[in-house]
Design a protein around this ligand. Structure first.
Ligand code: HEC
Length: 200
């Protein structure tokens, strides 16, 4: 899906949901570079919370892949990613995580405010065509930041035939409902998300 279609699809989905739920309005969303001034400090805080989680997960993944290879490194994602996420939440006080339109771990399902945006993504969408979105949640903001599939990610999220028997078996056992294979380089793999409060 290109950027125009995503931007068109989001308000549409919001309108459909609002109609279905009989609610007047859903939280308002913006491309982050067009956020109203009063939301910008909270948006920046949410983005730096995401950056912290991203740095930590990336460093750990690289170290494990170098040390052990993908089958062992799966254990990092399986056991450590959630713990590392919980640490960043404790340190910053801001809820943060990862989600996707094609989930591996059902525990990474999108927050309610992010759900319509994530659900509107088509498989095969390029990450470069997706903007970071800011959602106005009243007393706080939510930020949803696209994650591109890099070459290194293909070792566990690429063509199922290229993954190798060991890795496939480990993933299948841990995530029987895995939807997170078959990605190509540059494709949108999912999103980082974070929430941060409006401070007076
Ligand atoms: C060693 C295997 C491995 C590699 C390499 C890997 N992942 Fe994952 N990924 C996993 C596993 C296992 C999970 C599910 C556990 C978790 O993290 O919650 C996962 C989950 C995710 C999620 C959370 C959403 C979901 O589907 O549950 C995202 C987003 C993600 N990976 C993106 C990436 C990106 C981007 C890269 C490359 C920088 C990457 N992964 C590299 C194994 C891997």
């Amino acid at each position: 899906m290109n950027r125009t279609r995503l931007l068109v699809a989001m308000p549409l989905v919001a309108a459909m949901l609002a109609a279905a739920c009989g609610r007047e309005s859903l939280p308002r969303d913006y491309a982050i570079d067009q956020a109203p001034a009063k939301l910008r400090p909270a948006a920046a805080e949410a983005e730096s919370t995401i950056a912290l989680l991203q740095r930590r997960l990336g460093a750990r993944l690289n170290a494990e892949l170098e040390r052990a290879g993908p089958a062992e490194a799966v254990a990092v994602c399986r056991d450590s990613a959630q713990m590392m996420t919980a640490d960043v939440v404790a340190e910053t006080g801001n809820p943060v995580g990862r989600t996707s339109h094609r989930l591996r771990n059902p525990g990474n399902a999108p927050r309610p405010w992010a759900k319509p945006i994530v659900a509107a993504v088509d498989s095969g969408t390029l990450a470069a065509d997706v903007k970071t979105v800011l959602v106005d949640l009243g007393d706080r903001v939510g930020v949803l930041q696209p994650i591109p599939t890099g070459a290194i990610c293909l070792r566990c999220h690429g063509d199922p035939d290229s993954l190798g028997a060991d890795l496939t078996a480990i993933v299948r056992e841990a995530y029987p409902e895995d939807h997170a294979v078959g990605f190509s380089e540059g494709e949108l793999r999912g999103f980082f998300w974070a929430e941060a409060p409006l401070r007076k």
